[in-house]
Design a protein around this ligand. Structure first.
Ligand code: ADP
Length: 485
């Protein structure tokens, strides 16, 4: 199982060509499981980003005039190329990001589902006719692509975070400039390799790596770019929203979370444990929808803690994601491990009890053992901040009202989960939780056919489903008079 060198492109993809940065500036990329170098990517600044935006702007004129059917054909061909090389692309993803190979493959397959879904959904961008208050006029509402979209994406899903933006953008008739995370650029650049292979029109997809702030500034200020779609931290999202707002650009922001996971006394505990394992420890706890605060009702607290400890010890295996049987890859970098260590120390200092895990694993890489702490309290950092790592903490609660209040006591509102067998409670709690995504007796709920988006500081807009297309469309109203009728 080795890395396909033709997929490791140390150049950016602009207008169908591979380009280096002016002056040859580069950034190093390493494998988090081993610390080994993978390559050097271009360090673009504002000027090169402006070139990419100009290329996307030119290409959009023809791309938007294609029929939805023709755009869909291009998009399906892109997906075919990705599926033909899914094994190689998964190795690339695991090498730069660390997640287990099976998860990498699953992520890429899900990315393809997003693109294929939008390829077809693009054929259903319906308008309206509005009954006219004037006898001699007709009122039409149509939807048009916003223009060039700029996408800034994180490292935790190096493929699918791009796929769901790219799918919606291209289907709507937009072209795109993608800035991936500097930690995981190769999965993004591989979209360029695939686009080249299938002869996607030049300039429809452009990929730029480099100085994040400079690229972000150019995207926000360049008048040829009309939309910013961002997935990442709330801090950077707010910065971009503010800058984009000054230039009246449409924005979609998918930001941080602090997901509550509530287990009621009447829950099926085995299902709740399975859900907690999937929700908390998938991607080594590095997803914005990962459970961050686990609230367990007092009657089942001890039983749930014992079952979860046993499941963590029996089912989760840290290691290099390329090795068989591994479920927990490394964290993305040293800073990520230090954050888990800081949250854990803070929790233990404030009365938390360590049930399992609690330390780094191995001498190389950035591995941390899946960890469970009980006796959590609201003064702990983990009650307020997203850990983004394999640390689960269990809080105890008494009543349904208390659980809802605790769950909502955060500035975030992305994902939440709860387990109960009471139908009435399912609806009461679902309606009481201030979150964009609710898992009821389910720990993993993402699918391309459903919307994905947060409330409050977790963001603006949705990705996936028919709702995700709206973010790439402008509404145009035409009043047609002079009809002589
Ligand atoms: P995370 O903590 O998940 O890495 P970030 O918000 O730091 O989240 O990063 C998400 C994406 O935002 C990455 O592609 C990163 O390079 C980019 N980014 C970071 N800072 C800025 C910035 N000032 N302007 C634009 N993009 C940025």
């Amino acid at each position: 199982m080795s890395l396909d060198p033709t997929l490791v492109r140390n150049a950016n993809f602009i207008n169908g060509s591979w380009k280096e940065a002016q002056g040859g500036n580069t950034l190093a990329v390493t494998n988090p499981a081993t610390g080994a170098a993978i390559g050097q990517i271009p360090k673009f600044g504002r000027a090169e980003t402006a070139d990419a935006i100009a290329a996307a702007h030119d290409a959009q004129k023809a791309w938007r005039r294609l029929t939805a059917d023709a755009r869909a054909e291009h998009m399906h061909r892109l997906c075919d190329a990705i599926m033909n090389q899914i094994d190689d692309l998964a190795i690339l993803l695991t090498t730069e990001m660390g997640k287990p190979l099976a998860e990498a493959k699953g992520e890429i397959a899900l990315g393809v589902k997003y693109i294929r879904f939008y390829a077809e959904e693009g054929k259903r961008i319906y308008g309206d006719t509005i009954p006219s208050p004037w006898a001699d006029r007709r009122l039409l509402v149509t939807k048009e692509p916003v223009g060039v979209a700029g996408a800034i994406t994180p490292w935790n899903f190096p493929n699918s975070m791009i796929a769901r933006k790219l799918g919606a953008a291209l289907a709507a008739g937009c072209t795109i400039v993608i800035k991936p995370s500097e930690f995981t650029p190769y999965s993004a650049l591989a979209f360029g390799v695939m686009a080249e292979k299938v002869g996607l029109p030049k300039g429809v997809i452009n990929i730029v790596t480099g100085d994040a702030a400079a690229i972000g500034d150019e995207m926000c200020e360049n008048p040829k770019l009309r939309k910013i779609t961002f997935t990442g931290s709330t801090r950077v999202g707010k910065l971009l929203a503010e800058k984009a707002g000054r230039h009246m650009k449409k924005i979609s922001m998918e930001l941080g979370g602090n997901a509550p996971f509530i287990v009621f006394d009447d829950a099926d505990l085995d299902k709740a444990v399975a859900g907690a394992i999937a929700s908390k420890f998938r991607n080594s706890g590095q997803t914005c929808v990962c459970a961050n605060r686990v609230y367990v009702q007092s009657g089942v607290y001890d039983a749930f803690a014992a079952k979860l400890t046993a499941a963590i010890e029996a089912e989760l295996k840290p290691g290099n994601g390329l090795e068989a049987g591994v479920t927990q890859g490394p964290l993305i970098n040293e800073a990520a491990v230090e954050k888990v260590e800081a949250h854990l120390k803070d929790a233990l200092d404030k009365g938390g009890k360590l049930q399992t895990g609690g330390s780094r694993v191995g001498n190389v890489g950035t591995f941390f053992a899946p960890t469970l702490v009980t006796n959590a309290s609201t003064t702990m950092r983990v009650a307020r901040e997203e850990t983004f790592g394999p640390l689960a903490v269990l809080f105890k609660f008494e009543t349904e009202e208390e659980a809802i209040a605790l769950a909502n006591d955060t500035e975030y509102g992305l994902a939440c989960y709860f387990y109960t067998s009471d139908l009435g409670r399912s609806f009461r709690v679902m309606e009481g939780l201030e979150y964009g995504l609710v898992g009821v007796n389910e720990g993993v709920i993402t699918t391309e056919v459903a919307p994905f988006g947060g409330f409050k500081d977790s963001g603006i807009g949705n990705e996936g489903s028919k709702y995700g297309l709206d973010d790439y469309l402008n509404i145009k109203y035409a009043c047609i008079g002079g009809l002589g009728i």
